[in-house]
Design a protein around this ligand. Structure first.
Ligand SMILES: *Cc1c(COP(=O)(O)O)cnc(C)c1O
Length: 347
């Protein structure tokens, strides 16, 4: 995670870095992530209880709340904790107009430059900025936007980054304020990386923001999910394995039963052939993933037995590859790591 942070910075040497730690640091654990990102200029997240935990644990640098306040209680908590709040809708502007905070807050006005999720259209930006300033509750005001397609081919995608950047530049022209634009995809693919601050998330954990694997971008996977073989079945040609009998043996073969299932966060939609490493040897899922187990083909690993180590993803088997096989993205697999998985944080 430290190395990946260095890599994110190296791509945007003139920008400051919000290390994104939402969703329990993409499943990696908030506290260990904050420790790994001690050199980041700030942390960005969604959850106010997590911001409280970070302050309690002594994180003194800025904390950016990416969706801002959900209610007035959040606004007051933000003032107490010294959080930086995104303001993305008029309802949130009114929250600041209707109160007098003990400590004015750094605010980030979100500009909708075409993503059409959160934020104000460029034309509404000057008025909203003026209202926030007039509220007396803005210690500072900067501007943030989010790119839809920085990971895609810019020649063919529906909304190229350059178009969003032009919208953003128009919206903030003359406002003389700090800007924040780039997620991991923009940090890895745009030259130069735009904005005074970048907001990398997935790349800090070694995952790819788009096609390919994190390793292909020189990133190191931060999470290793591993288990062991707890059973072996000798299966005859024509016999099938597991629920729905999805996998049928074409010849006599050995099936390894691995203690890891969808209740651990392994994707239930992983088809036969989804890669796993058994004793370091690449083989594949054979049969439907169940709650507590997956079954794998042991043909390429004749020495495998009960107790053999199984790597579901990590160094040597990218979470991105497993995700692609299962029809999802690495983000979802990392975030979905289940509470019952025993965690070990290595320094
Ligand atoms: C999650 C998030 C990011 C980080 O995105 P990655 O694709 O993980 O780099 C950046 N900005 C905002 C607003 C986000 O919600």
């Amino acid at each position: 995670m430290r190395n990946n942070l260095l890599r994110a910075r190296a791509r945007a040497p003139h920008s400051k870095v919000w290390a994104v730690v939402k969703a329990n640091a993409y499943g990696h654990g908030l506290e260990p992530a904050a420790e790994a990102f001690a050199d980041a200029d700030g942390l960005a997240l969604i959850e106010f209880d997590a911001a409280q935990r970070l302050r309690d644990r002594g994180w003194k640098r800025p904390l950016l709340m990416l969706e801002g306040a959900f209610d007035m209680a959040d606004v007051h908590q933000a003032a107490e904790l010294g959080l930086t709040l995104v303001v993305h809708c008029e309802e949130q502007v009114r929250m600041f107009e209707g109160c007098r905070l003990s400590h004015p807050l750094p605010l980030q006005l979100k500009v909708n430059t075409g993503m059409n999720r959160l934020g104000f259209r460029p034309a509404a930006v000057p008025a909203m900025a003026a209202r926030l300033r007039a509220s007396g509750n803005a210690l500072s005001l900067s501007f943030i936007t989010h790119l839809a397609n920085a990971d895609l081919d810019q020649q063919t995608c529906a909304l190229p980054a350059a178009r969003q950047l032009a919208e953003f530049t128009g919206a903030v022209a003359g406002l003389d304020a700090e800007t924040s634009i780039a997620n991991s995809a923009a940090d890895l693919m745009l030259h130069p990386v735009p904005g005074n601050w970048i907001r990398p998330g997935i790349m800090l954990y070694g995952g790819s923001p788009g096609a390919g694997t994190g390793e292909q971008y020189g990133l190191q996977s931060a999470m290793t999910l591993r288990s062991r073989i707890i059973g072996v079945q000798q299966v005859q040609a024509g016999e099938s394995v597991g629920y729905g009998s999805r996998f049928t043996a074409q010849q006599n073969m050995r099936i390894g039963v691995v203690a890891c299932g969808y209740a651990d966060g392994y994707p239930r939609h992983a088809p036969d052939g989804t890669p796993v490493l058994v004793d370091g040897v690449r083989t594949g899922v054979a049969g439907r993933v169940s709650m507590d187990m997956i079954t794998v083909d042991l043909t390429p690993v004749p020495q495998a037995a009960v107790g053999s180590e199984v790597l579901l993803w990590g160094p040597g088997l990218s979470v991105d590859e497993v995700a692609q096989s299962a029809g999802t993205i690495g983000y979802e697999l990392l975030c979905a790591l289940a509470p019952r998985v025993k965690r070990e944080h290595l320094r």
